[in-house]
Write a protein that binds this ligand. Sequence first.
Ligand SMILES: [Zn+2]
Length: 96
Amino acid sequence: MLCRHCNQVRSNRPRGLCWSCYYTPGVRDLYPSTSKFARRGVSDFNGKAHTAAPTIALPGSPEKVAILEERARLQQELWHPADAPMDRESRKLGIR
Ligand SMILES: [Zn+2]
């Protein structure tokens, strides 16, 4: 396989790049890792999270899952006390 960047020489470095492209500043960042062990998806986060805006999306709904994904991406708290509850009974119990 030829280098993904210069298409001149055989790739012999990770990400399908040749030696000189791989070690040229900036080039490596243009090509995501092809390794199955590389980090994928929303990056892990540990620390003080920002507060998110509450949502009316019901728990378990695709809309709520999308909102959780967005909150994780923005390093916000996943759960907001004013998020829509499962139903009226769980609101009374304080269970979400
Ligand atoms: Zn190259």
